[in-house]
Write a protein that binds this ligand. Structure first.
Ligand code: 5AD
Length: 359
């Protein structure tokens, strides 16, 4: 049996077999030891602070057709929208006024010149409007706009974005292939992550947990992938079925396993913390879709980032990646208050006016 406590040491890294063993833990006592060790390591390396990244889902227009995703191109039930530059900038300025420190601009994937130009303009204006005494370099800007060419990534970086989220979804080629149409391949996504790192972005990636056919070994390989690519940030969450997708028929199978998938998601956070040590790990919104206190539990398993919703309420219902997405009706102010209470409820504090990058 692996000595879980020893993994609290910053130099003690579990190997693949140990990662598999940790992810397989079942008894409440063992899971509590895992949780405690991950939390202790985080507190020692990064302290109690949780970073808020205001989430602006600025467009659901997408050219991809991922089989799991509710806003896939082929879902004609979705009302497509793109916020105006003013709406995006205003939402970002609101975040700066709240002291959030950074925002995430997330959208479907598009590869046309006009959308690349539009995003560049938004970045420039957000930077211009948010430089202040509290934020001498302006808001930290994270992008999550899919796979792009290195040139586009470079332009956005030069405009002032410095973090990029691009989940690998699964690092196992066979599993990636059953989740995506043949045109979407694993290798270009890996290359995109490498391009982001080369340019100088803080790069974030992650996977969905509980995918049909996914094994503990696959998840262990995902954690090793995060390490090998030198990810700065990790965002992971449970896979949740969306009814208007080709994977809708998995609903009963996934529902029957939902307790197990939730537990596995928490264990993934803890084992990722114990393996990657000082990275930023998000307590994803999807955790809260499964359980009311899912996000704050994620914090106690070693997560240190939360993404409060700042997408204008009137379009939020059109950005449903999965069923049961929480926080659809609360405005940005209510999301702030609610999440602040949730963070405090697990004994943690919010780091205001701080980009909160991995050091
Ligand atoms: N369940 C859970 N997560 C999902 N995502 C997309 N669809 C789903 C789903 N049905 C996640 C993907 C994507 C991120 C923006 O949302 O991991 O990278």
């Amino acid at each position: 049996m692996i000595d879980i406590e020893k993994l609290q040491h910053p130099d003690c890294i579990p190997d693949r077999q140990e990662i598999i063993e940790l992810l397989s833990l079942q008894s409440p006592d063992d899971i509590e030891r895992l949780r405690y060790s991950a939390e202790q390591l985080l507190l020692r390396l990064r302290g109690k602070e949780v970073y808020f990244r205001g989430l602006i889902e600025f467009s659901n227009v997408c050219s991809c057709d991922c089989y799991y995703c509710g806003i896939r191109r082929s879902n004609t039930d979705v009302l497509r929208y793109t916020l105006s530059k003013d709406q995006i900038v205003q939402s970002a300025v609101w975040c700066a006024q709240q002291g959030y420190g950074s925002v995430v601009l997330q959208s479907g994937e598009r590869s046309d010149v006009a959308s690349a130009d539009f995003i560049e303009e938004c970045i420039l204006e957000i930077k211009d409007k948010t430089i202040s005494q509290q934020l001498p370099e302006g808001l930290g800007i994270t992008l999550s706009c899919g796979e792009q060419t290195e040139q586009v990534y470079q332009r956005w970086f030069d405009a002032g974005a410095h973090r990029y989220l691009l989940r690998i979804e699964s690092s196992t080629p066979e599993l990636f292939a059953v989740l995506h149409p043949p045109a979407q391949k694993l290798q270009p996504r890996i290359e995109a992550l490498k391009a982001l790192k080369k340019i100088g972005y803080k790069a974030g990636t992650g996977v969905m947990i509980g995918l049909p056919g996914q094994t503990i070994e696959n998840l262990a390989d995902d954690i090793l992938f995060f390490r090998d690519i030198d990810a700065d940030m990790i965002g992971m969450g449970p896979y949740i079925v969306h009814n208007a997708t080709p994977m809708a028929h998995f609903q009963d199978e996934i529902t029957a396993q939902s307790e197990m998938i939730f537990k596995l998601s928490q264990k993934m956070i803890a084992v990722t913390r114990l393996t990657l040590k000082n990275v930023n790990i998000a307590a994803s919104t999807a955790l809260q879709a499964m359980k009311e206190d899912g996000r704050e539990t994620g914090l106690t398993f070693g997560a240190n980032v939360i993404m409060p919703q700042v997408t204008p309420v009137e379009v939020r219902k059109n950005y449903l990646l999965y069923e049961g997405k929480p926080c659809l009706d609360e405005n940005a102010e209510q999301c702030r208050t609610c999440l602040s209470l949730r963070v405090a409820s697990v004994g943690r504090t919010i780091a205001y006016n701080n980009w909160g990058d991995r050091r």
